[in-house]
Design a protein around this ligand. Structure first.
Ligand code: CMP
Length: 144
């Protein structure tokens, strides 16, 4: 069955259009898309799993620096497929092991690595709700 993952095109990427083209070319359906500037609080919450890492404050600075493109990508096995499309976190490693991947092509360094993707389906559901909200039940408009 199709699965959803949360993808982020991070601030300052000069390659948003190419990344969107690659997403289409790889057969992901873009179920939701919005450009958002994260507040510090939102970025800290979004990356709370990394709170203890030495690079956490740099990561938050980076993610708040400009608009992020937030996407819900839908495909069979979307979480794993999107991680494969991104390649390893560090572009130096990506260029060695996955030269066609988005990070090999577009990341600047291990911090400014162009794209993000949820690491598992549980995180995906949680981050999609956090970014896009819980749409919930759609109530038909009977007033008119
Ligand atoms: P992402 O996959 O979004 O998840 C956590 C982010 O932290 C990662 O991409 C990078 O932007 C950043 N990051 C991970 N490891 C390092 C590191 N060693 N130094 C600096 N930033 C890092």
């Amino acid at each position: 069955p199709p699965e959803d993952t949360l993808a982020v095109i991070k601030p300052d990427t000069q390659h948003k259009e190419e990344i969107l083209e690659e997403i289409q070319a790889q057969g992901f359906t873009i179920s939701q898309l919005k450009d958002t500037i994260l507040s510090r609080e939102m970025a800290e919450e979004f990356y709370k799993e990394h709170r203890e890492k030495p690079f956490f404050s740099q990561l938050v600075d980076y993610m708040c620096r400009g608009p992020c493109t937030m996407l819900v990508l839908t495909k069979e096995n979307a979480v794993q497929e999107w991680r494969a499309a991104m390649g390893p976190t560090d572009p130096d490693q990506a260029r060695l092991t996955a030269p066609e991947s988005l990070r090999a092509r577009f990341a600047k360094d291990v911090l400014e690595n162009a794209v993000h993707g949820s690491s598992n389906t549980e995180h995906a559901d949680q981050k999609i709700k956090f970014i896009f909200g819980d749409i919930g039940e759609i109530i038909p408009d009977t007033a008119s």
